[in-house]
Design a protein around this ligand. Structure first.
Ligand code: GLV
Ligand code: MN
Ligand code: MN
Length: 427
């Protein structure tokens, strides 16, 4: 088990050490096993590692330890992104080749979504060192906070702050389910929330970003390949639907006298599925629903539900959402309730950089191209620097679930593909 969480020190580099052979496992599967007890969720199953929780902070400490063992210089920036640098002889941090991923998880998530990319990056450094690679450009491993948006609602919050895709004031005001603000949560882990926001200095150091990730669907099963190169990310967004009604007593309120938002929400959820099904290629999900106040013998006064909508064509996503808005307003009125739909975040469809993708195809020619329906920090960074992704086969085809899986051999093949890609880009 890693040691207890150490508060991050924004913008302060740790003392660089001489490159050494790590004393801990240097296989991806070994690294993942060494953190397999962190954030296990006994209630939901799988792992719950929300940003700034003790589990996520333990993983950050683990990463820092691993990076320092490899002689990388670790800096936690003002947005809580950890950067582990392997510098060139000149020490100039410019046009860097960046890899990495995230360590936070969805509630009850799998073992690989995020940590696979971080562990593979560490192993790729070992492989490059063992090959005696000399760097023409610096290499950095990045660990992004709140990629899942499972605590504060906005996916890829760290990379959005870095690039200015969300303004700092809005981010500071975000609250989690317990009412803790992002500003307070960041401060409780030693970060200065006054310093968050677009970070031109760090952005200027970055050249390209290659994120390795577990595949979250069945693409590589069907292609019978261990590793693919990402081609695009499906556009996606999150909306909050607040359905207001009349809170009341479950025993004394006649069925004819109720304005029950839970009943309205039940009809809405069925309609949301129907609307998505009438738009080919669309996906719409209600995965989180919160009745207020939430008592067995209480008719709720309000239900908040969150809708995730995705489609390759951003105009279709907008049309799906408008159809949902129109239908849910009518359904709310039918139950004597109100409905308010608000946008929380939007990420347009991303086509990864063609030049970088082509270069990766030369470097790892066996890997097919594959698109993904899942969101990633690489999508946010793609508006600033060329980005690319590698996907590693998931034999269950299931993700955001404890059933997500990667075979050990595929994990190691992924790290080799990443090392080959980085080597080509670094030379
Ligand atoms: C993150 O994995 C997402 O696709 O929402
Ligand atoms: Mn992920
Ligand atoms: Mn995920």
């Amino acid at each position: 088990m890693p040691s207890p969480a150490t508060p991050a020190t924004p913008t302060t580099p740790t003392t660089p050490t001489t490159p050494t052979t790590p004393t801990t496992p240097t296989t991806v599967s070994g690294l993942l096993r060494s953190i397999a007890a962190v954030g296990r969720d006994r209630v939901r199953g799988g792992f719950s590692r929300p940003v700034f929780s003790s589990a996520e902070m333990d993983l950050r400490s683990w990463f820092v330890e691993q990076a320092e063992e490899r002689g990388l210089e670790v800096v936690t920036d003002s947005n809580g992104i950890i950067w582990a640098w392997w510098d060139t002889a000149s020490g100039v941090r410019q046009d860097a080749v960046v890899t990495g991923s995230h360590l936070d998880s969805v509630p009850g998530g799998g073992e690989y979504d995020g940590p696979l990319g971080v562990a593979s990056a560490l192993v790729a450094v070992d492989i490059l060192r063992a090959r005696g690679t000399s760097l023409e450009r610096p290499l950095a491993i990045a660990v992004f906070p709140e990629e899942e948006g499972s605590r504060f609602g906005i996916a890829c919050l760290g990379s959005r702050l870095l690039t200015g895709a969300i303004d700092a004031d809005s981010a500071r005001r975000l609250t989690d389910a317990d009412g803790t603000t992002y500003a307070d949560a960041a401060a409780s882990q030693g970060q200065d929330p006054g310093l968050i926001g677009v970070d031109a200095r760090t952005l200027a150091q970055l050249g390209v970003f290659v994120e390795l990730h577990v595949e979250q669907g069945r693409g590589l099963i069907d292609l019978d390949q261990p590793v693919a190169i990402g081609s695009s990310i499906l556009g996606h967004g999150r909306w909050k639907l607040s359905v207001g009604g009349q809170g009341n007593h479950a025993g004394t309120t006649l069925m004819t006298d109720r304005r029950d938002p839970v009943v309205a929400a039940a009809k809405m959820i069925v309609s949301i599925r129907e609307i998505a099904r009438t738009h080919p290629g669309a996906r719409a999900t209600v995965g989180r629903l919160q009745p207020v106040p939430g008592g067995t013998n209480v008719i709720a006064s309000r239900v908040d539900l969150w809708i995730d909508v995705r489609h390759p064509d951003d105009a279709v996503t907008a049309a799906v959402v408008e159809a949902i808005r129109a239908r849910t307003e009518v359904q709310a009125a039918e139950e004597g309730c109100t409905a308010l739909l608000t946008l929380e975040s939007l990420s347009p469809t991303v086509h990864f950089d063609v030049g970088l993708g082509g270069r990766l195809q030369e470097l790892i020619p066996a890997a097919p191209l594959l698109h993904t329906g899942a969101g990633h920090d690489s999508g946010i960074l793609s508006t600033h620097i060329p980005t690319a992704m590698l996907f590693v086969r998931n034999p269950t085809g299931i993700s955001h679930s404890p059933e997500e899986f990667v075979e050990d051999d595929d994990a190691e093949a992924g790290a080799v593909a990443l090392a080959d890609s980085l080597a080509g880009l670094l030379s």
